[in-house]
Design a protein around this ligand. Structure first.
Ligand code: KIV
Length: 272
């Protein structure tokens, strides 16, 4: 039996997330990409685990999220789901799997749900992809939106700078957020936008808004490797590091090397 760090061990649902917003309870969301990490995050009491396409960066070492394939996302999501009992598991639809047309988007969405047993999907974009989102929702699949700095469009933006500082882009984001709610999304991630704009969207919407680099919101999301300090050299202003695992792991691995080379390991008590 898993030892959960929270009293309420009921499975988190999209319905409960909306209730949490109504009750003013904040939502915690974090990425995970594998079974072991997912077990730890779930047992710590996370509300939402995101199998992010940031796996492309932190697991595969790519510069962007664009190269990760549908098969690779399915592999990560399956591994995560096996480790989770309580958290809601949301899987990113990777770049190229929902931009072409509605039919392809729905069959890719169904494939992820059937093969991974994830609870919901996340798609990047506003009104441009509304027909795809509507069709996926019509197939009975819960969808989370993602607006602001949408990393799958990084080549179009040409920069990782804060989005929607200009009035026109801010207005578009605001109306996109309302459109995502009206079509039936259960939540929206807002990435790297001014805090005042995020606050305006949170106040307008009934559904929860989860921020990353967007100031206070109904909830927050971070990439687990970043917040655990496993990455060196990625220090955006919005990132709070809760540990320095790079140093902890390097020290432990260094000690193991020393012990092997000095014949200290294995000791007699570690032999059969
Ligand atoms: O892929 C990801 O990790 C994400 C978060 C940054 C929101 O989409």
């Amino acid at each position: 039996m898993a030892a959960y760090l929270v009293d309420d061990t009921r499975k988190v649902t999209t319905h409960r997330l909306i209730e949490m917003k109504q009750q003013g309870k904040k939502i915690a969301m974090l990425t995970a990409y594998d079974y072991t990490m997912a077990q730890i995050v779930d047992q710590a009491g996370m509300d939402i685990i995101l199998v992010g396409d940031s796996a492309s960066n932190v697991m595969a070492g790519n510069w962007t999220t664009l190269p990760i394939s549908l098969d690779q996302m399915i592999y990560h999501a399956k591994s995560v789901v096996r480790g989770v009992k309580r958290s809601l598991v949301v899987c990113d639809m990777p770049f190229g799997t929902y931009q072409v047309n509605v039919t392809e988007s729905v069959s890719n969405a169904i494939r992820i749900m059937k093969e991974t047993h994830a609870d919901a999907l996340k798609l990047e974009g506003g009104v441009e992809i509304l027909p795809q989102i509507k069709a996926i929702l019509d197939a009975g699949i819960p969808v989370m939106g993602h607006l602001g700095l949408t990393p799958q469009s990084i080549n179009k933006f040409g920069t990782y700078a804060v989005r929607a500082r200009e009035e026109a882009e801010a207005q578009k984001l605001f109306s996109d957020a309302k459109a995502l709610q009206e079509v039936g999304c259960f939540g929206i991630v807002l990435e790297k936008i001014p805090a005042a704009l995020c606050n305006k969207v949170c106040n307008e919407l009934r559904i929860p808004v989860i921020g990353i680099g967007a100031g206070p919101a109904d909830g927050q999301v971070l990439v687990i490797h970043d917040m655990l300090g496993m990455n060196q050299g990625f220090s955006p202003k919005f990132l709070r590091r809760y540990a320095d695992l790079f140093t902890v792991m390097t020290d432990a691995i260094g000690q193991y090397i020393t012990d092997v080379k000095s014949c200290d390991f294995p000791s007699e008590s570690e032999c059969y």
